[in-house]
Design a protein. Structure first.
Length: 318
């Protein structure tokens, strides 16, 4: 864990990547960001990634009445990596906030983010928020919660910060804050990953190899609808398989961990904070949004399930 102590004024460039389904996704995401549309430390850029369903035109129309938002229209679909790389070239902030269009920002989300980034230690170059749906430790656990309930959870987290950064092996790029200087140093995302999948894993590993740290902030919550662009089609599955091989060819040492392991790492961090006398009610509230996964989010194999329950017994009782 990392406790934040220093304060540095920062400017953040929010880069929203949209592709098709503007009314159901990009519009909703952008509308949730409008409370910060005129914030002096925030710039908002939206890129339509070559949509052919009318979303590009709708994006331009939406931006026309909001001149504080910069509109970028791609002539082709550059994929997630290519689209973000192109849009980031137009950003001027100290930090980039890469945003998938299937996200919604609850009350105080960007205010909370600015506070976290202003206090981030120099060696921390990437920070991911928590959410309802992710493939790593950024996911909180509350099965059956509605979108409105999740947004209320986010609001509560923002109102009661814990001021701690949590460890993670990799970050999920549904929404991710990256120091722009480090983004430039690493050359952005690798466009070889094409339309999407595993480019965020690759960037996470490259960032650590370059000597920087990546962390999770539980003081920032972003709702993630998930799978707005890619559905479980044969094409998507083939792309995932192809990009998984590409990732492992670049990083043979990469660990393909289940979400439960990222959650377990943070629960162990809570335990260490409690032993160190740094326990607070805010941390207790966050643990409550994770502890249930130890019982319910378990391996399918009977043997692995038994080993998991034995491994997590002390944490479940804490």
């Amino acid at each position: 864990m990392t406790q934040v102590t220093q304060v540095t004024q920062v400017k953040v460039s929010l880069v929203v990547l949209g592709f098709r389904n503007f009314d159901a996704t990009t519009r909703v995401c952008l509308n949730s960001l409008m409370p910060w549309g005129h914030h002096p430390d925030v710039e908002i850029l939206v890129l339509d990634n070559g949509s052919l369903d009318g979303s590009a035109e709708k994006t331009a129309q939406w931006c026309a009445s909001r001149p504080q938002v910069r509109c970028l229209l791609g002539d082709i679909n550059r994929g997630f990596s290519g689209g973000m790389n192109w849009a980031a070239e137009h950003a001027s902030g100290d930090w980039l906030l890469l945003v998938n269009n299937d996200t919604v920002f609850p009350d105080r989300a960007i205010d909370a983010l600015l506070g976290v980034l202003q206090n981030a230690p120099d060696e921390v170059a990437m920070i991911g928020p928590v959410t309802n749906a992710a493939g790593n430790g950024q996911r909180l656990w509350k099965p059956g919660a509605t979108p409105d309930e999740w947004l209320q959870i986010g609001k509560c987290l923002h109102q009661n910060p814990a001021h701690e950064l949590m460890p993670t092996y990799r970050c999920d790029f549904f929404c991710i804050a990256i120091r722009r200087c480090v983004w430039t140093e690493l050359g952005g995302l690798d466009p070889e990953f094409g339309l999407g999948y595993y480019e965020d894993f690759d960037f996470s590993l490259r960032l650590v190899k370059a000597g920087y740290r990546q962390m999770i902030s539980e003081d920032v919550f972003v709702f993630h609808a998930g799978s707005a662009t890619f559905k479980a089609s044969a094409e998507a599955r083939a792309l995932m398989k192809r990009n998984k091989k590409l990732l492992l060819s670049k990083h043979p040492e990469a660990r393909l961990e289940h979400t439960r392991l990222g959650n377990l790492e943070i629960l162990k961090t809570y335990q260490a904070l409690e032993k160190a006398g740094r326990w607070t009610e805010s941390l207790a509230a966050r643990r409550a949004l994770r502890i249930g996964a130890l019982t319910d989010d378990v391996p399918r194999s009977l043997l692995k399930k038994m080993l998991w329950r034995r491994k997590t017994a002390k944490l479940r009782l804490s």
